[in-house]
Design a protein around this ligand. Structure first.
Ligand code: CMC
Length: 431
């Protein structure tokens, strides 16, 4: 017999089934009959205790620092896979064989260009535009340029095509946005280059200075994209699912996800970390002063790149990224004072009672900016890099959601705290 939890309301009683994860540890109380049976709703600001869906994509255990895509540990993927292969894994639910991977990669080439008219968009944005603003707008605008991909009820084949199109074009859009922002001519994608080298070439090649690909840089970028590829029901992915639950197309849903990611508490944190480190460095590098500020409840300062809703032991992505940053800087012979400062901040925080008590550890964003800096990616493009990485995760969740016949439009309730009923007063009678 399946497990249930009984909820008692006066003389009423409700049996709520227990939903368990395939990993066993996680359990949820299914309260989907609560409102219709009792008239009550639950109150859970920030959804800290709420499961919004069942999902077979990513497993995360925050206490043990475990992260797996489709069952495969993130450490193994970071070491042995590529971003394109990991994207296939997330979207199709299994690792591709040789032929499947070749076909998948080949399809990226087919879809790598963007409609020439889309370039005019970049011309009309001011040069001060944050690239997350233009990225979000461009992704949504793809629905206008590729209307054949916009379907209320897409078939499996149509979903596959739009997924590849989106993954491939996003790197072209991001690189074009960067080139336009620095006033240089755009560099078109090349058929002979793989995903990451192609992106780097579009970002950094110019008619006068062809970009020289460096294996270590390509590898570090590959690792970062894999580590960002999915993270179950985070703020942006939940946004993609929420928007998509109204049957909005993938372009609209992902465009909304990009906006959610932009915030400094989410994907914008990688930019915020470097800005914070630069500020501390400019102020003399006094680590203790800023640790004290982060603890002071009357001060808005937070230690950016620290803390996580789910990880309460360590973030496995941060561990890999820290090592990757060390390796890359050593290989490139770069001595970045911000890396030393970040390490001193981390060491000070990890032995401070405030951070220990609250289980606050470095997250994925704490060291990733150091790598982006070393590769020449400009600061305001850091959240854009997160967005490119998260793309397969967003697509996989949107696909899982629209293919699930039990999906309902996301529509939470509220408890009203406004004025009680009173009459309209014509303007001449108002004081
Ligand atoms: N610096 C100082 N105090 C913090 C920090 C921090 N970075 N993070 C959490 N706290 C404190 C917070 O003030 C609260 O203290 P108290 O119990 O005294 O009120 C306690 O720790 C719990 O924090 P919370 O804000 O209730 O936790 P949350 O789960 O709602 O927020 C978070 C998670 C990531 C938004 C938050 O830790 C944070 O703002 N971190 C800095 C921004 C950041 O690095 N974001 C990137 C997250 S990882 C990338 C991603 O997937 O988005």
């Amino acid at each position: 017999m399946s497990e249930t939890v009984k909820i008692n309301f006066g003389d009423k009683e409700l049996d709520c089934p227990i939903v368990t994860s395939t990993e066993g540890g996680e359990k949820a109380i299914d309260i989907s009959k609560l409102r219709s049976s009792t008239g009550y709703i639950t109150m859970d600001p920030g959804f800290s205790n709420t499961g919004s869906c069942k999902s077979a994509i990513t497993y995360l255990d925050g206490d043990k620092g475990i992260l797996r895509y489709r069952g495969i540990p993130i450490e193994q993927l970071a070491q042995q896979s590529t971003f394109v292969e990991t994207s296939y894994l997330l979207i199709y639910g299994k690792l591709p064989n040789q032929k499947e991977l070749e076909d998948f990669s080949e399809a990226f080439n087919e879809h790598s260009m963007i409609h020439e008219d889309m370039k005019n968009f970049f011309d009309s944005y001011p040069s001060s535009t944050h690239p997350m603003a233009s990225l979000s707008a461009m992704i949504c605008s793809m629905s206008a340029y590729y209307p054949e991909f916009v379907k209320d009820d897409p078939t499996k084949e149509e979903i596959d095509r739009i997924a590849i199109q989106m993954l491939s074009k996003v790197r072209t859009i991001c690189a074009f946005a960067y080139k336009k922002s620095i006033g240089e001519p755009v560099v078109y994608p090349r058929y002979d280059l793989k995903y990451v080298p192609n992106f780097l070439n579009m970002m950094f090649s110019s008619p006068t200075h062809p970009y020289k690909l460096v294996d270590e840089v390509v590898h570090a970028m590959q690792v970062l994209l894999i580590l960002h590829a999915d993270h179950e029901q985070n703020c942006s992915t939940s946004t993609v699912r929420m928007v998509g639950s109204s049957r909005a197309n993938l372009y609209a849903s992902i465009s909304a996800g990009i906006c959610a990611l932009w915030g400094p508490l989410h994907g914008g944190a990688n930019q915020a970390v470097i800005e914070m480190l630069q500020e501390i460095q400019k102020d003399g590098g006094n680590v203790e002063k800023y640790i004290a500020k982060a603890k002071d409840k009357n001060d808005n300062f937070r230690l950016m790149g620290f803390g996580h809703r789910v990880y309460k032991n360590f973030d496995p992505r941060a561990k890999i990224i820290k090592k990757c940053a060390d390796d890359l800087l050593n290989k490139l012979g770069i001595n970045d004072p911000l890396l030393d400062l970040a390490k001193r901040m981390e060491a000070a925080a990890l032995k401070d009672e405030y951070f220990v008590e609250r289980k606050l550890y470095p997250n994925v964003d704490f060291y990733s900016g150091i790598i982006y800096r070393a590769t020449g990616i400009p600061l305001n493009m850091f959240p854009v890099m997160f967005a490119i990485g998260r793309m397969p995760g967003w697509i996989a969740h949107w696909k899982e959601m629209i293919q699930d016949p039990t999906t309902k439009i996301a529509r939470p309730f509220q408890i009203y705290t406004g004025e009680n009923k009173h009459d309209y007063v014509p303007i001449e009678k108002r004081s």
